[in-house]
Design a protein around this ligand. Structure first.
Ligand SMILES: Cc1cc2nc3c(=O)[nH]c(=O)nc-3n(C[C@H](O)[C@H](O)[C@H](O)COP(=O)(O)OP(=O)(O)OC[C@H]3O[C@@H](n4cnc5c(N)ncnc54)[C@H](O)[C@@H]3O)c2cc1C
Ligand code: SF4
Length: 488
């Protein structure tokens, strides 16, 4: 344990943000790291609990008290080894994870929890700065070939683990560059893309082959891939967007969030010829959907110079505190306010969009909403009811649909004869990630549905173990909760 009285002496402190007017000038990350002394004090707050509930809260089973203690003692290299033993990419989760570990932290019962996520980010950034993160190619090769389809966090984690086991791994990605939603969904102000590139350099030096601009199922038929490789892992994400099929949804100015975000991230990356420009500049913007995607649309719209940004959420406003019935250490559905929300967005809850209104040229000029309430009847699912007389017209020239994803694409699945589950994701058991076709595995959002980066990495690691076992009869690749300490 760090400092026995640490949790009594030090308050929770996390990195600050640059002022809004400064950070809106560009797409760069805007956090201001804590000085090392304060970072160590945050590590010292950890109580090294007999039963560390943070472990069970973390989908990766990160060894949290161990790296907290190492940070408190200034043993940063040791902290990095511990962290990397369960998490291939802490620089992604240290920036982007909603930190279920912190919601499960024992200190959170009556105090502010330990700043686990921020400690994680500081460990990995120190490790990169000091040059401790270097390629570790496998010592022995097995001669087996594995194809990973999709290069989001699930595909990258699968690839690194299988490469460590000595297999020849090729990652196929249809986009221009690897990274999945971290590259062409999540904006640079949340994670600059050199953070992905830096890690990709390590993976390439370890021997992983990346083939970008290759759409499996279209450019190469999935059954051809199956003939050429000993195993295939499908990590293509859950990419089918939910629509809003109401009057006016075909107007110019009603745009899917992913088209808006994807184009912007490509523009920031200097990619040209992106088709018709989708910009929020000088517009009244309405972002429909209150999740992470909606929040990213808000921050991007402000950086474009939107006149106003309103955010609609169909659910009622949650409380900032844990709601009743969702006690510690469970993940609570509480009100979350992102840095983008704080950049000037107005949020509206219990509101439903009924109709988009256009001008004579087919351009969006407004929309009509009504207030809604959820009616609970015992034995039935909650029903959505419109509040009579609550209709309202809003001025709006850009409406961004951030309504979530309904499942994954099925081209590859149908070419391989794979079964899908009820939510149109690929059916594969959480026990071994095997599909109904021998040698074909699925992991990440394409298996579990749209989720989180931390889950994608976790699934990628777990799937790699089972692929290795399928190819070799046994596997030394660690499962959740089993760290592989020597690897960094
Ligand atoms: C806008 C947005 C913001 C988000 N913010 C956060 C956040 O802050 N924190 C968080 O934890 N999570 C966040 N998420 C969720 C998170 O990004 C995903 O859960 C995670 O990226 C899933 O990883 P994955 O590897 O399973 O799939 P993805 O990241 O979706 O990657 C799949 C990749 O497969 C490729 N692909 C698909 N089919 C094929 C094919 N047939 N051939 C070749 N390539 C193919 C795709 O092009 C894509 O690059 C966000 C999601 C969105 C949309
Ligand atoms: S639950 Fe919190 S205080 Fe306890 S070991 Fe984990 S991080 Fe430390």
């Amino acid at each position: 344990m760090g400092k026995i009285t640490g949790f009594l002496e030090f308050d929770r402190k996390i990195e600050a943000y640059e002022p809004v007017e400064e950070r809106l000038k560009d797409y760069k990350e805007f956090t201001i790291p804590l000085p090392e002394k304060e970072m160590k004090e945050q590590g010292a707050r950890c109580m090294d609990c007999g039963i560390p509930f943070c472990h069970s809260g973390c989908p990766l089973g990160n060894l949290i008290p161990d790296f907290n203690d190492a940070v408190y003692r200034s043993k940063w290299e040791k902290a990095s080894e511990i962290l990397h033993s369960t998490n291939n990419f802490p620089e992604f989760t240290g920036r982007l994870c909603p930190a279920p570990c912190e919601e499960a932290c024992v200190l959170g019962i009556n105090e502010d929890p330990v700043t686990i996520e921020n400690i994680e980010k500081n460990i990995v950034e120190t490790a990169f700065k000091k040059g401790w993160i270097t390629a570790k190619p496998p010592l022995n090769k097995t001669g087996k070939k594995v194809a990973v389809v999709g290069s989001g966090p699930a595909g990258l984690a699968t690839a690194q683990q299988l490469n460590r086991a000595g297999h020849d791994v090729t990652v196929f990605e249809r986009d221009e560059k690897p990274g999945g939603l971290m590259r062409y969904g999540i904006p640079d102000f949340k994670m600059e893309k050199n953070v992905i590139d830096r890690r990709l350099d390590v993976l390439k030096d370890e021997g992983i082959t990346f083939k970008c601009g290759v759409h499996i199922g279209v450019d190469i038929k999935a059954d051809t891939l199956k003939e050429e490789y000993d195993a295939i892992v499908l990590t293509g994400g859950a990419t089918i967007r939910r629509n809003l099929p109401i009057e006016g949804s075909d107007l110019k100015g009603v745009v899917q969030a992913m088209d808006f975000l994807g184009q912007n991230n490509r523009r920031v990356d200097g990619i040209k010829n992106l088709g018709e420009e989708i910009k929020a500049t000088g517009k009244d913007v309405v972002v429909i959907g209150g999740g992470d995607t909606g929040s990213d649309c808000i921050g991007t719209s402000f950086r474009h110079g939107a006149t106003s940004v309103s955010n609609f959420e169909i659910m009622p406003m949650a409380t900032a505190e844990r709601p009743e019935g969702q006690p510690w250490p469970f993940w609570p559905m509480r009100l979350r306010t992102s840095s983008s929300h704080k950049e000037g967005a107005e949020r509206f809850f219990s509101i439903s969009t009924k109709k988009f209104i256009g001008d004579a040229d087919g351009n969006l000029k407004g929309l009509i909403t009504s207030e809604v309430e959820w009616v609970n009847t015992p034995g039935q699912r909650p029903q959505l009811k419109e509040v009579p007389g609550s209709e309202k017209e809003w001025k709006c020239e850009l409406a961004l649909l951030a309504l979530g994803f309904t499942g994954s694409e099925n081209t590859v699945a149908s070419q391989l004869g794979l079964q899908m589950d009820a939510r149109t994701n690929i059916k594969a058991s959480e026990n071994d990630y095997k599909t109904n076709v021998a040698g074909v595995f699925a992991a990440g959002d394409q298996r579990r549905g749209q989720s989180l980066i931390v889950w994608a990495i976790s699934e990628g690691r777990q799937a790699a173990h089972h692929v290795d076992k399928y190819l070799m009869g046994e596997s030394a690749l660690p499962l959740k909760g089993e760290g592989d300490l020597p690897r960094v």
